[in-house]
Design a protein around this ligand. Structure first.
Ligand SMILES: O=C1O[C@H](COP(=O)(O)O)[C@@H](O)[C@H](O)[C@H]1O
Length: 239
């Protein structure tokens, strides 16, 4: 069962989720485990990352002992500003002192070809337990996409791979790598973070009873213990 949490605006959303993320990662560390965090790209995600870095509570987490992963990535040059990983490094990973060996970036166009890149990332995820993220963050596109799983695309139905290549993303850049549901749905907690009126219809379609994965990819993702939709009032306005 999904929970919907409404926030006054994007700033309230990012500051509340930043605190919740710090609390969750720190609780996992207190329990003696190394937390695995699944990152997303996107505007609100980068705001969230900056809020984590700016939080007075940030030192409650031992950031050198967090494993960072991505749900999707743009297959462009490794240092391209379009990369979700480059944006996350600038927004918080560098500042927090995350350890390079624990930052699991998806392959880039500098490394290998697209299919080999998806395969290699799938292998890397598998070595660490096929996902099993403590928290998976997911943004939502206005078309209902999550990670790089787009409505009507064949990658939605791939269930024998952890990561897949996308060659014709409707949102630029066209080449991408995405985790599949097989990996996304191994997450303990899934937190959607969605802001703005432009996403309101997509949110309403995604959480509606009987939503179909083909039209609303977000409806196919569930956390093992929790699934929370963090929405600002604008994103919640069509519920
Ligand atoms: O391209 C992408 O877009 C989505 C949503 O981004 P937003 O800027 O509309 O919030 C993001 O979830 C995904 O990781 C990213 O690659």
């Amino acid at each position: 069962m999904s929970e919907i949490v409404r926030h006054r605006d994007a700033a309230a959303l990012t500051s509340t989720v930043a605190e919740a993320l710090i609390e969750r990662l720190s609780a996992v560390q207190r329990s003696g485990r190394v937390p695995h965090l699944g990152l997303t790209g996107g505007t609100i995600a980068n705001d969230l990352y900056r809020a984590v870095a700016a939080s007075p509570r940030r030192d409650e987490v031992e950031w050198t002992s967090v494993e960072f992963w991505w749900g999707d990535e743009r297959f462009v040059a490794r240092d391209s500003p379009d990369r979700n990983a480059v944006q996350a490094r600038e927004a918080f990973l560098d500042d927090l002192g995350a350890r390079a060996g624990r930052i699991h970036e998806m392959p880039s166009a500098d490394d290998r070809d697209l299919d080999a890149g998806a395969q290699a990332y799938g292998n890397e995820v598998r070595e660490f337990g096929a996902g099993s993220f403590d928290v998976l963050l997911l943004g939502l596109g206005p078309d209902g996409h999550i990670a790089s799983l787009f409505p009507g695309y064949p990658q939605l139905h791939v269930d024998d791979q952890i990561a897949v290549a996308v060659e014709d993303s409707p949102k630029p850049p066209p080449l991408r790598i995405s985790l599949t549901y097989a990996a996304l749905n191994r997450s303990r907690a899934v937190w959607f973070i969605v802001s703005g009126a432009g996403k309101a219809e997509a949110v309403a379609r995604s959480v509606a009873a009987g939503a179909s994965v083909g039209e609303s990819p977000a409806s196919g993702v569930r956390g093992e213990t929790e699934t929370v939709w963090h929405l600002d009032e604008a994103a919640a306005s069509a519920l």
